[in-house]
Design a protein around this ligand. Structure first.
Ligand code: HEM
Length: 430
């Protein structure tokens, strides 16, 4: 059952199934990397948000509040080849665009985990592909950081953009209702009846939401709120996917970082040919540290808070209703806190631990990429687990080779990426 400020029990109790979901999705990802790297014809994106990323609206709303503002439901569906230039290596391998590969994989991890369903990638299931591009378009939009974030009276100037955002959210709602929730209420009711109106085992987040809406438990939840909750959580795949693509950009131009991951992989797998598991994190702290280091350097802003009473912070008086914005960039880039803050050095998160005869990951107290306190990120473990497994799986099989002349710099202060973004050469290493 849902409790205030927590995920339902079904969410955390299902961490053990994440490994098998990840194993399946990694097999699919590796197959798709091969196909994208060797096919003679550039991959086609079946569903494309026409004009989604150009002329980005100057407006950002919280993801959840954005979805609550659905107004119109016009649909934009066009089809065209989207991969662009294809660079062929002397080895015969082609460059592959990271976005469709990574986003669809992470989306399937999320839909499998929270709603027990996966979908065919690469346009074979157009509704799924469109859901992924719609979420990504919204994620890009809400990450721009506009004046209207601070000056709400500017919102009326953004009517056209709000309508576009609203139409993406409407399409997402349609997908959620049809593909993820469809039939689940009836299923749940049948189980309940079978069980003489007793408790129904909640196998995933959708079950937990259905149970909560159907129950008399307090606080009451409407269907609309439940759908927003589901959309918010499934939408988390865009954050993880975009961050992973940025991680690939960081390491594509740093072969020495890839080499260190490979030596951790060698030690962890000991020559065994098997999938990467979440538990491998313990013996691969450098690989996990790459995720922290990328998040630190990206330094995306943290959701503003509002004080609900008069208070003090560090001796400063803070009145009730004050907007409080934590300066994440300053925390992450301060030379007082970090050695060479501009440099990409995952090892800064490692400490020697003689009890294990090696290194372990350490998150300093002043590093707060997921916020702090009772409103901190609910998805932080999922972020760490999924990014670790995806990153380690790719590097176990491939060397990431930059395309000559391509810009792999990673922008600060924004987790999102434009639609057409980095391409890489995936050179097979085993
Ligand atoms: C790279 C990925 C992510 C980063 C950097 C990130 C970071 C954050 C931050 C900074 C906050 C605000 C904390 C605060 O206000 O103090 C937050 C809130 C939240 N995050 Fe994440 N997040 C990520 C991915 C995810 C994912 C994948 C999910 C869901 C599966 C998720 C679910 C949430 C939720 C539900 C909240 C609101 C918590 C509340 O208000 O009580 N996040 N996240």
């Amino acid at each position: 059952m849902l409790k205030g400020h927590t995920f339902p029990r079904a969410f955390s109790a299902r961490y053990h199934v994440l490994d098998s979901i990840l194993a399946k999705e990694m097999q699919s990802l590796l197959r798709r990397i091969e196909a994208h790297s060797t096919s003679a014809v550039p991959q086609k994106k079946t569903i494309h948000n026409s004009g989604v990323f150009e002329n980005a609206s100057k407006l950002a709303l919280g993801f959840a509040s954005l979805l609550r503002r659905s107004i119109s439901s016009s649909s934009i569906t066009t089809e065209h080849p989207a991969v662009g230039d294809v660079v062929v290596q002397p080895s015969g391998r082609r460059s592959a665009a990271a976005k469709p590969l990574i986003l669809q994989t992470v989306a399937n991890v999320f839909t499998s985990y929270f709603a027990g369903k996966r979908f065919e990638e690469d346009g074979a299931d157009p509704a799924f592909s469109r859901m992924v591009t719609d979420f990504d378009a919204i994620f890009h939009e809400v990450n721009q950081g506009y004046a209207a974030d601070f000056l709400p009276w500017l919102l009326p100037l953004h009517g056209r953009h709000l309508a576009r955002l609203s139409s993406w959210s409407h399409r997402i709602r349609g997908f959620m209702m049809e593909a993820l929730v469809g039939g689940r209420v009836e299923e749940w009711e049948a189980k309940k009846a079978e069980n003489n109106n007793g408790e129904v085992e909640e196998k995933d987040y959708v079950d937990a939401l259905v149970a909560h809406v159907r129950s008399e438990a307090s606080p009451q939840m409407s269907w609309d709120t439940a759908m927003f909750a589901l959309e918010d959580i499934i939408g988390g795949h865009s954050a993880v996917g975009n961050m992973l693509i940025k991680i690939l950009a960081f390491i594509a131009v740093r072969p020495e970082v890839q080499e260190r991951v490979k030596s951790e992989l060698k030690a962890a797998l000991g020559g065994e040919k098997r999938e990467i598991r979440i538990s491998d994190r313990v013996v691969m702290p450098y690989t996990e540290a790459i995720v922290f280091e990328a998040i630190r350097l990206i330094s995306s802003p943290i959701v503003p808070h509002v004080s609900n009473r008069d208070s003090t912070i560090g001796g400063y008086k803070v009145e009730k209703d004050t907007l409080i914005f934590m300066n994440n960039y300053d925390l992450n880039m301060s030379p007082e806190l970090w050695d060479q803050p501009e440099a990409f050095k995952p090892e800064r998160f490692l400490v020697r631990d003689d009890t294990i005869g090696g290194y372990r990951l350490k998150k300093p107290d002043y590093f707060l990429p997921f916020g702090a306190g009772r409103r901190s990120c609910m998805g932080y473990k999922l972020v760490q687990y999924v990014s670790f497994v995806v990153l380690a799986t790719i590097l176990d099989q491939y060397k990431l080779v930059p395309i000559p002349g391509e810009d792999y710099s990673v922008k600060v202060g924004n987790l999102a990426l434009p639609e057409d973004t980095y391409k890489f050469i995936f050179e097979k290493v085993r």
